[in-house]
Design a protein around this ligand. Structure first.
Ligand SMILES: NC(=O)C1=CN([C@@H]2O[C@H](COP(=O)(O)OP(=O)(O)OC[C@H]3O[C@@H](n4cnc5c(N)ncnc54)[C@H](O)[C@@H]3O)[C@@H](O)[C@H]2O)C=CC1
Ligand SMILES: O=C([O-])CC(=O)C(=O)O
Length: 283
């Protein structure tokens, strides 16, 4: 697909008021211009019956509907409400824009991505290279906290790969990792029941969506992290470093895990099987 030919469409999905009925879905569709087509259009769609119209022909769908956490909740506590919303949306995506890249922001991402996978598989439209759980906010946080500690602007996606190198002790690395892991909870608690991270998520979501659009426009070697179908651990999905968001060359890059990351990894792996069984049963 040539850059000058591309009509890159981003569709975001929202309901105006969470107290309204399930038939009040509000949708926003943005069509980005290209050199040959300078028109920039933004159109709004309302209600479930217009969902298909909003989605038809989209190149990229960003899913951010659903409920956010309140203080004291885990992301997994959102499963019962958000799983059904995601299942229904993904069925419509399979029908109206099965070629679209899907950026999944709605939590719990480690369940909503497998649910979307199963829905797409059942519809016969699944392509693992098109479904991305958005973990970009963790990268943004890690970079910000590392830069604060190291007193340098940071490039690179992981603490173990960050440049320029800062001389951090094991204790510093542990603390940075924990601060990054707890970043979402920090915001949820600070907002005291009024939602989770929104502005920083918008920033992170825009970076990731932009990377996808670059990939679709044929820009080579776009590299970001995302929760995708992955072979880097024994788990079927894992937040992985992904190179070449320009389809179809997408590939997972192995990374160097520090001793501390490996310790955390073993804890994650131990928890996942029961969640997976539930996600698959649900979908
Ligand atoms: N992946 C990540 O790093 C992050 C994920 N999130 C997740 O994103 C999701 C949204 O969070 P916020 O934007 O803070 O919540 P929010 O409450 O500000 O917005 C959610 C929107 O979804 C709408 N909605 C709810 N049920 C719907 C339905 N059945 N159909 C259509 N629209 C519906 C609501 O009306 C609302 O407009 C949550 O699941 C949250 O946990 C939030 C921040 C970071
Ligand atoms: O923590 C939450 O509930 C939202 C989220 O995923 C984050 O901010 O990282």
């Amino acid at each position: 697909m040539k850059a000058s030919m591309l009509r890159s469409t981003v569709t975001t999905l929202r309901r105006a008021s969470s107290s309204s009925s399930s038939s009040s879905t509000h949708l926003l569709r943005r069509s980005f211009s290209s050199d040959s087509n300078p028109d920039r259009k933004v159109a709004g769609f309302m209600r479930d019956e217009q969902l298909g119209m909003a989605l038809r022909g989209a190149d990229l769908v960003i899913i951010l509907v659903g409920v956010p956490r309140k203080p004291g909740m885990s992301r997994d506590d959102l499963f019962n409400t958000n799983a059904g919303i995601i299942k229904s949306l993904c069925s419509t995506i399979a029908k109206y824009c099965h070629n679209a890249l899907v950026n999944m922001i709605s939590n719990p991402v480690n369940s909503t991505v497998p649910i979307a996978t199963e829905v797409f598989k059942k519809a016969g439209t699944y392509d693992e290279k098109k479904l991305f759980g958005v973990t970009m906010l963790d990268v943004v946080r890690a970079k910000t906290f590392y830069a604060g500690k190291a007193k340098v602007p940071v490039a690179g996606i992981f603490i173990s790969e960050a440049t320029p190198k800062a001389n951090l002790s094991d204790e510093d690395i542990k603390a940075l990792t924990k601060r990054t892991q707890d970043g979402g909870t920090e915001v949820v608690e600070a907002k005291a029941g009024k939602g989770s991270a929104t502005l920083s998520m918008a920033y992170a979501g825009a970076i990731f969506a932009d990377a996808c659009l670059k990939g679709l426009n044929g820009v080579p070697n776009v590299i970001e992290c995302s929760f995708v179908q992955s072979t880097i651990t024994e788990l079927p999905f894992f937040a992985s470093k992904v190179i070449g968001l320009n389809l179809p060359i997408f590939k997972i890059v192995r990374i160097y895990y520090s001793w501390w990351s490996l310790t955390l990894l073993s804890q994650v792996v131990a928890n996942v099987p029961w969640e997976q069984a539930r996600d698959l049963q649900y979908a």
